[in-house]
Design a protein around this ligand. Structure first.
Ligand code: SAH
Length: 289
């Protein structure tokens, strides 16, 4: 959403505006926890960290999205989509330990309800993963924020690769804090859904790709950061090679029991790996469908 970069302004606007919300697959209207670290999730008081965050990235979402998406003023001004509701969600995320104000501000900036079926919009600001069709989920806000905080590590990210676009929510959050965002999805219908969700937001710095993210995107490498939104038993080798030296990759790893893994490329032939907290993501699969 930064307006600085104009290198691929047509990537989203060139798409036909067709809301592929049907998405196929049964939609369960049930919130699902995505991590064990949710104990503080219901405390609304405390850190209003987004207030202190750098406000230069906060211009676009509310006004621009509403105006171009043709949403009724009543929907936009309703309590569900008010800054306050989202701020409460961001406060809960901060209460769980996310401190990076740039990340919290990005979370505050993106209207998560616009990435969900209208029937699920009332749950949009619950701190949980939610179904988006095709047996996939929109990630839990806390885990999105935590992974971005780990990947950013207080530094500046120019180019970031996301594996697993899903409905496009995390790509939108990334676009607020990163110069160029590349996001790959292996399910064609979800790739189309993300395009449909993001198009009205007119975000110039996201490039969506349909393909197998396990191969990465060698043509655009190296990346300052790589983030996986689906869990494999290990991090694909191809992705490690596409990290810039000094870059950081964050991924859920495991089967039934998963952990967040951080991999830092310390030199051309050397990577450091560390294991962080537990988490629960949908599986990483090879190939495209
Ligand atoms: N980033 C999303 C989360 C989507 S869930 C959000 O913002 O909420 C994870 C996604 O990873 C699913 O859509 C799934 O289809 C996708 N995925 C799994 N394996 C993949 C692969 N090899 N390449 C690309 N996408 C993959």
């Amino acid at each position: 959403m930064t307006t600085k970069d104009k290198r691929f302004p047509l990537s989203l606007s060139s798409v036909v505006n067709q809301k592929d919300k049907a998405g196929g697959g049964a939609v369960r209207h049930t919130a699902m926890p995505q991590t064990a670290m949710r104990n503080a999730a219901h405390h609304l008081s405390g850190v209003a960290a987004a207030k202190t965050a750098n406000s230069q990235h906060l211009h676009l979402p509310q006004g621009a999205v509403g105006a171009s998406a043709g949403l009724s003023p009543s929907l936009l001004s309703g309590p569900l989509v008010s800054e306050g509701v989202r701020r409460a969600m961001v406060s809960r995320v901060a209460q769980q330990g996310v401190k990076d104000t740039t990340v919290l501000a990005a979370l505050q900036a993106v209207p998560r309800h616009l990435f969900l079926e209208s029937g699920m919009a009332s749950q949009a600001y619950v701190d949980a993963s939610l179904p988006i069709g095709h047996h996939q989920t929109i990630s839990q806000p806390y885990i999105v924020a935590r992974m971005l905080e780990i990947m950013r590590n207080g530094g500046k990210l120019e180019r970031v690769l996301e594996i697993g676009t899903g409905c496009g929510y995390q790509a939108a959050v990334l676009s607020v804090m990163v110069k160029d965002v590349y996001s790959i999805e292996r399910i064609k219908a979800l790739h189309e859904l993300a395009k449909s969700n993001l198009r009205p937001m007119r975000i110039a710095n996201i490039r969506l790709l349909y393909g197998d993210g396990m191969q990465g995107l060698p043509s655009e490498a190296p990346f300052d950061g790589i983030i996986l939104a689906a869990a494999g038993l290990e991090v694909p080798q191809a992705l490690l090679k596409q990290l810039r030296v000094g870059g950081r990759l964050v991924a859920p790893v495991g089967g039934r029991n998963q952990v967040l893994q951080l991999i830092e490329r310390v030199s051309t032939y050397e990577w450091n790996s560390s294991v962080l907290e537990s988490c629960h993501f949908v599986p990483l699969h090879p190939g495209i469908i």
